[in-house]
Design a protein around this ligand. Structure first.
Ligand SMILES: *Cc1c(COP(=O)(O)O)cnc(C)c1O
Length: 236
């Protein structure tokens, strides 16, 4: 049977292989282990296998695991939908938030970020394949949102995040990821006297498409199933 330890190490080496194939510098991609629904002992195994960053989607469940794993210096990423009444605990407990798609949510996160902590790292979620039901701002809404978020103290605008429509077609996977990379490049460009946004993070790629994402410049892949196996309801 393959263990979490073996799968964690296998994914780390698949990431480095993809980085090498893409001709990019080694260790330019961070693996965020998506541990939603999995219990704390599984995260501990992955941590001991070398994973340091964990992504969670459900607040209560995440807070429970943070308590159980308080002895480990884990970097916690909130990757789920953000309800406006949950912004305070998110801003208090996480280092990164990936799914920001509205200015109001960004403002609430900033107001709740404790002043003794470094600014909260934020990625803006873009609805890249234009699916009606998906979260994320549109490509048209993005520039105004990015400039507004960039000016909020307490937040550090790091980059963009997308969850494209799932497909096994590698060409389509890469087209969607390329689009997100181009959006970030455009926003980073210096225009007249504006210096550009200086974002450094493309949060893109999951279990089924992370190699394509790395080929298109991903700097953070969010991988769950390929490390922890199928998801079931959370229980301690
Ligand atoms: C669940 C989830 C993932 C991980 O998906 P896998 O296919 O299990 O790797 C990545 N990103 C987000 C935002 C998720 O909700």
């Amino acid at each position: 049977m393959t263990t979490i330890t073996q799968r964690s190490q296998a994914i780390l080496s698949q990431i480095e292989n993809a980085v090498f194939t893409a001709g990019r510098p080694s260790e330019c991609v961070t693996l965020v282990a998506v541990s939603k629904t999995h219990a704390a002992p599984s995260l501990r195994k992955a941590y001991l296998a070398g994973l340091t960053d964990f992504g969670e989607s459900y607040l209560q469940e995440a807070l429970d695991k943070m308590q159980q794993l308080a002895d480990l210096p884990i970097v916690w990423h909130f990757i789920g939908p953000i309800q406006s009444n949950k912004t305070r605990p998110i801003a208090e407990s996480f280092s990164w938030v990936h799914g920001v798609d509205r200015l109001k949510i960004a403002q609430r996160l900033a107001e709740s970020r404790p002043p003794h902590l470094p600014p909260l790292n934020v990625c803006l979620q873009v609805n890249i394949s234009g699916e009606a039901t998906k979260a994320g701002c549109t490509a048209d809404e993005l520039p105004a949102l990015a400039h507004a978020v960039n000016s909020i103290p307490g937040l550090r605008l790091r980059g963009l995040m997308a969850i494209p429509e799932p497909t096994t077609d590698v060409t389509k996977q890469r087209q969607n990821f390329k689009l997100l990379a181009q959006l970030m490049e455009t926003l980073n460009q210096r225009v007249l006297n504006h210096p550009g946004l200086g974002m450094d993070t493309l949060s893109m790629g999951m279990s089924g498409d992370f190699v394509s994402a790395i080929m298109e410049g991903s700097t953070m892949v969010r991988i769950g199933t390929a490390i922890f196996g199928q998801r079931h309801a959370y229980s301690r």
